[in-house]
Every structure is written in C-alpha cells, then in structure tokens.
Design a protein around this ligand. Structure first.
Ligand code: IDP
Ligand code: MG
Length: 138
C-alpha cells in the first residue's frame, strides 16, 4: 500500500462528447486528489512518444492520429494505489468487455474510442506524467 500518482487522459472523444466532468467527478468522489490538470492538443510527436510501447502494432498510426485529433484533458491523480485503482475504474480496454459501473463500461462502445487512458505501471506513470506535465505537479 502506497500513495501513488498516475496519469489519466480524457481522450478526444471524451472531450468532444462532453464527458470530462463525469470522468473527473468519478475520480474525485473516489477520493483522488487532482495534482495537475491540463487541456491540450497532443502533437503527433507527443502522441508517438506517449504510445511508444505500441510502435510495432498495426494500429499504431490510427492510435496516434486519434489521440492528436482534438484536445485531451490530462490529469495527474494522487491517492492510495492510484495506478491500479484507476485502471480498475477504467474497465477493460475493449468497451465491449468492460463491466458496467466502470468508466468504459458505462460511457464507451468502441475499442479505438474508449474515452480514457490511465498509466499501467509505476514506470509508465513516471514516464507519462513527465511527458504531459514537464513543469512538474502541484
Ligand atoms: P489501455 O488503454 O487499456 O492501456 P492498450 O493496450 O495500452 O490499452 O492500448 C492503447 C489503446 O490503443 C487502447 O486504449 C485502445 O484505444 C487502442 N487499441 C488497443 N488495441 C487496439 C486494436 O487492436 N485496434 C485498434 N485500437 C486498439
Ligand atoms: Mg495502455
């Protein structure tokens, strides 16, 4: 058990559909502290860095195009076991498999437009927070 920080992105589909308030509200109600919040348009270069682990996948081009297709809301969240708890709240990657009650299970239907990103490990959280919050956190 440890207090952790993790990166969440409300993806371009979430911003377009007006779902940021709903998503932020769920995390606040769960008890997470917001340590950083930034609305930004992700450049192709930042999208490629962020998703570097998927570089060899056939859907990499689509993935980078999508994440840079409109503004995202980047959040740095802090709380007990934040990395795994946020992942659990997000639900399965493919919304067709996401349990009701999870963010994807309640708000999404398509794999490519699954409304939210959350860091999947301590190393990812550290790397991704530095990419989206280069000036540090509050
Ligand atoms: P995650 O977002 O649950 O961590 P990852 O495996 O890291 O899932 O994949 C990153 C994102 O890439 C997913 O959120 C999803 O939007 C997209 N994605 C994953 N697999 C596929 C696929 O097979 N085709 C198209 N997009 C995919
Ligand atoms: Mg991932």
């Amino acid at each position: 058990m440890a207090v952790e920080r993790t990166l969440v992105l409300c993806k371009p589909d979430a911003v377009r559909r007006g779902l940021c308030g709903e998503i932020v509200s769920r995390f606040e109600q769960r008890g997470f502290q917001i340590r950083g919040a930034r609305l930004l348009k992700v450049s192709k270069a930042l999208g490629q860095q962020h998703y570097a682990e998927h570089k060899a996948r056939p859907f990499f081009g689509e993935l980078v195009s999508f994440i840079s297709s409109g503004p995202v809301l980047a959040l740095a969240l802090e709380g007990e076991s934040a990395i795994s708890v946020v992942r659990t709240m997000m639900g399965a990657t493919n919304p067709a498999d996401s349990a009701p009650g999870t963010i994807r299970g309640d708000l999404a239907l398509e794999l490519a437009e699954n409304v939210i990103h959350g860091s999947d490990s301590k190393a990812s959280a550290k790397r991704e927070l530095a990419l989206f919050f280069p000036d540090g956190l509050v």
